[in-house]
Each structure stands twice: as structure tokens, then as C-alpha cells.
Design a protein around this ligand. Structure first.
Ligand code: SF4
Ligand code: SF4
Length: 278
């Protein structure tokens, strides 16, 4: 059975319980408490020491207040109608999204790893074997989602293991266990796919027609990656969540160059052969 995550951003409250549970279970160090200046979230991004990252996305409706703005008038005048007669304050809203390794079906990091450290384990999760990683860092630029980094003072690459040790004991990953709103669900990827489709349908029936699943071969798992075992239910464009719309395997980009080089070498060889003919 292939296992994975479904992260439903529509019910995430940004409590960061998942991030803390991941750090605690996997004994990952803190990353400091810097104020970034562009977000109230001080973890900033996924890394070798942050395997779940809850992004705080302020005002994802592209409303940018610049210049001399009458905030009171804006608040009174501009509202967006919501189902059931509720109103959304047009000054903005928050979106929270707990990001994680996508556990790609055809994982670019695995394909880039020269030592065979990155494998698919018995749960079909993409897993880095720390004792085989030599710290070359090839997997870091290969990941189109910016998930992996090398850990300072260690050099090796680390990322979400989908709590392999807990799965072996029949337990769900720590983040899914800790989430108070069930924003993070864990299970058989085929079951999660059905749950995701049903949830999107439910949202759309309630009037949230912008809801969709990211991580499919059509959106978010493109370019030879063939989909992801970590899927997300989103309400805005992927870029709002710092996710690529059309990621690709690195070799997809240089395939044309390789073919062109081979053709050029063949033509050049033929020309040289003709030139030295007697
Ligand atoms: S998201 Fe990145 S780190 Fe995770 S499996 Fe895909 S390529 Fe590897
Ligand atoms: S534990 Fe659940 S609700 Fe809290 S931040 Fe994580 S995903 Fe969101």
C-alpha cells in the first residue's frame, strides 16, 4: 500500500501544532526566532531541520494597500459576498498552509542521488537513508519544490520521512496526529484521492468554486513527476502558496539540448568523414 498525506488548507488555523510535533518526534533543532519582515511566520521555509512548515499567507486576494488609503471607508464599503449571507472583510484575510515533502511519484531527488541513498521504502514513500548520504547535495537543486537542504555542521540532506518509524509501529505521522482540525490526513493515497475529490466537491457545492486539488499529474505533479503522494486542497493560485504550477523533472529541460547535441555531432562527424575521403 502506498501511503501519503492530504493537507486541506481550508481548515488549517495556523496553530503550528504539526510543525512542533514533527520537530519533537524527529528531534529536529529549532531554527531561531528571526522576524522576517514579510510574514508573522518565523520558520520561513522547509529545510533539513524543518520537515513541516506552516506558511502564514497574508492577504492572498492580491489586495495591496499602498499610498493614502482611507482604511475605514475601505472596510465599510468593500465586502465580498459569501454563502449564507456572511461577509469577508475586504481588507484581507489569512491563508495557512502546512507544507511538506510531496513524496513525488517519480521523485527528482531520488533520480539525482548518485549514492542510492534516496529510495522508495515499503510504504512507497521517498526516504533518505542517512547512513548512505555522502552530503554531495545533488538532490537539493533537483527538488522542484525546495524541500531538501543540507544541514549545517553535518552536510547530509534531510527531509520528511513520513514518520517511517511510526508507520512501522502502525501509527500515523506525528503531524497528522497532532493536527486539531484534521487539516492533515494520512492514509492510503488512493483513499486520500477520493477524500480530496469529495471535499473539493463539497466546497464547490457551497459556492467556493475556486477550490481544487494540487499534486495531481495535471496540477503540481507535472513534467514527468506523475503526481504526488502529498496532495493539497487549495483555494488560491499555487503561486500564492509558493508552489509551482507546472514543476518538472530537471532532465525534461535538457532533453532537447541532448538531442540537438547528438544531431550536431552526427552532422559534424559526417562532414569530417566526407572531408577526409580519398
Ligand atoms: S518533493 Fe522534493 S524532496 Fe520530496 S520527493 Fe519530491 S523531489 Fe524529493
Ligand atoms: S496542526 Fe493542523 S491546524 Fe495546526 S497548523 Fe498544522 S495543519 Fe494547520
Amino acid at each position: 500500500m502506498a501511503t501519503g498525506f492530504l493537507t486541506d488548507t481550508t481548515v488549517c488555523i495556523g496553530c503550528k501544532a504539526c510543525e512542533v510535533a514533527c520537530k519533537q518526534w524527529n528531534q529536529l533543532p529549532a531554527d531561531g526566532y528571526e522576524f522576517t519582515g514579510d510574514s508573522y511566520d518565523n520558520t520561513k521555509q522547509l529545510s533539513g531541520t524543518t520537515w513541516r512548515h506552516v506558511a502564514f499567507i497574508e492577504n492572498p486576494k492580491k489586495r495591496r494597500l499602498t499610498g493614502d488609503v482611507d482604511l475605514v471607508a475601505l472596510a465599510e464599503d468593500v465586502t465580498e459576498p459569501l454563502p449564507g449571507g456572511a461577509e469577508l472583510d475586504a481588507l484581507g484575510r489569512w491563508a495557512f498552509m502546512s507544507d511538506v515533502c510531496k513524496h513525488c511519484v517519480a521523485a527528482p531527488c531520488q533520480q539525482a542521488c548518485p549514492t542510492g541513498s534516496i529510495i522508495r521504502n515499503e510504504f512507497d514513500n521517498v526516504y533518505i537513508q542517512p547512513d548512505i548520504c555522502n552530503g554531495c547535495g545533488y538532490c537539493v537543486p533537483a527538488c522542484p519544490y525546495g524541500v531538501i537542504t543540507q544541514v549545517p555542521n553535518d552536510g547530509r540532506a534531510f527531509k520528511c520521512t513520513l514518520c517511517y518509524d511510526r508507520q512501522i509501529d502502525g501509527l500515523e505521522p506525528a503531524c497528522a496526529k497532532a493536527c486539531p482540525t484534521n487539516s492533515i490526513q494520512f492514509g492510503d493515497v488512493e483513499d486520500l484521492k477520493v477524500i480530496a475529490e469529495q471535499r473539493v466537491q463539497e466546497l464547490q457545492d457551497k459556492g467556493y468554486t475556486q477550490a481544487y486539488v494540487w499534486g495531481t499529474p495535471e496540477v503540481g505533479g507535472t513534467g514527468g513527476i506523475d503526481g504526488n503522494h502529498s496532495k493539497f486542497i487549495l483555494m488560491d493560485e499555487p503561486e500564492v502558496y509558493n508552489l509551482p504550477r507546472h514543476p518538472f523533472l530537471p532532465q525534461e529541460k535538457f532533453r532537447g539540448g541532448v538531442i540537438a547535441s547528438a544531431v550536431a555531432a552526427t552532422v559534424l562527424g559526417a562532414v569530417v568523414a566526407l572531408a577526409f575521403r580519398d
